[in-house]
Design a protein around this ligand. Structure first.
Ligand SMILES: Cc1cc2nc3c(=O)[nH]c(=O)nc-3n(C[C@H](O)[C@H](O)[C@H](O)COP(=O)(O)OP(=O)(O)OC[C@H]3O[C@@H](n4cnc5c(N)ncnc54)[C@H](O)[C@@H]3O)c2cc1C
Length: 294
């Protein structure tokens, strides 16, 4: 059992880990190599570097620093978080348990832009199978995505309906070996999509070749699971698609914290690192209290 699982190995996640590890908390960091910082060629506004440093170099330095102090870092995609007696973080490869969780998953810009996607949100288009799957009992549904997360969401729909199509929107599927067996269970449509159409509610998918596919509901699971997916599934309070936290980086769910770009703050390394530090300190207090009362 971990004291804390940190989801994300960007500046916020690694900064928090530095504090929890040095406070002797059993800390597991799970992240991918797709921090937004990879895109930053030269950083000139972060403290302590007389010469510009690339985002990639800064990320590598941070990870090495955490590893030197004893962090366990896994490169896996998180597809869900659940709260039972403790937190269970689900990845493509397995489930990991912890007394507390820090979400430091950044804030990716929208991965998919399709005409009318916003218009039908809540009217056939959903970002959460757990929240909205029930409304589509026995109906014709689709999942928009091409990675493991899309497969995971499609699997969540199996008890609800047997008419499930995965729309990849022209992308080639990228399923890990661990998930590829599951792929055989669903219909696939790989055509590029031009629009979602309907009246008050979603009725069909229209493809770039002008063909159409009637549909009652589409669940968006494009790319990796994102901050907003976790928030919706767990009932975490959000505002403008960012997680709402207090001054201690606590969310509305006890034991669940958030830091960095995913909280919708000024998107800068210094802010992410600062929030990570505050979260690390508060998580340490939280876990120590929890263990005293166990
Ligand atoms: C082009 C560009 C230039 C920039 N230049 C500057 C600059 O000059 N100065 C500055 O201060 N800031 C700059 N920034 C902003 C800076 O990169 C961000 O503010 C910072 O990286 C936020 O850190 P974070 O830890 O919150 O999120 P991120 O760095 O985005 O890290 C998110 C982490 O979460 C992980 N993650 C997300 N979803 C999952 C999942 N489902 N499973 C597992 N892991 C997941 C990712 O893999 C990643 O490890 C720039 C950003 C961009 C895009």
């Amino acid at each position: 059992m971990n004291d804390v699982i940190i989801i994300g190995k960007g500046p916020a996640g690694i900064s928090a880990a530095l504090y929890t590890i040095r406070a002797n908390l059993k800390t597991l960091v799970i992240g991918l190599n797709d921090s937004t910082l990879y895109k930053a060629g030269e950083i000139e506004n972060y403290y302590g570097f007389p010469q510009p440093i690339s985002g990639k170099q800064l990320l590598e330095n941070g990870e090495k620093q955490a590893l030197r102090l004893g962090a366990e870092i896994l490169e896996e995609e998180v597809i869900g978080i659940e709260k039972e007696d403790v937190f269970v973080v689900k990845t493509v490869k397995g489930n990991y348990r912890a007394l507390s969780v820090l979400i430091a998953t950044g804030q990716k810009t929208a991965d998919v832009k399709i005409k009318n996607i916003n218009k039908f949100e809540g009217k056939g288009i959903s970002y959460c199978t757990t929240c909205d799957g029930f409304f589509f009992r026995g109906r014709k549904v689709g999942v928009l995505g091409y990675k493991d997360f899309a497969l995971h969401e499609a699997r969540e729909l199996i008890p609800i309906t047997n008419d499930i199509t995965i729309f990849t929107n022209g992308q080639t599927t990228e399923f890990s070996a661990d998930s590829s067996e599951l792929a055989g269970k669903f219909e696939f449509n790989e055509k590029p999509i031009s629009a979602f159409e309907g009246g008050d509610y979603l009725e069909k998918v229209v493809f770039q070749d002008s063909s159409e596919y009637p549909i009652d509901g589409i669940f968006i699971a494009y790319g990796s699971a994102s901050t907003i997916n976790f928030a919706l599934k767990m009932g975490i309070l959000t505002k403008n698609r960012a997680i709402v936290v207090n001054e201690n980086q606590e969310t509305n769910i006890e034991g669940l914290f958030a830091a960095g770009d995913c909280t919708g703050v000024f998107k800068q390394i210094s802010v992410a690192v600062g929030q990570g530090a505050v979260a690390g300190r508060r998580i340490t207090e939280y876990v120590r209290d929890k263990k005293r009362n166990m």
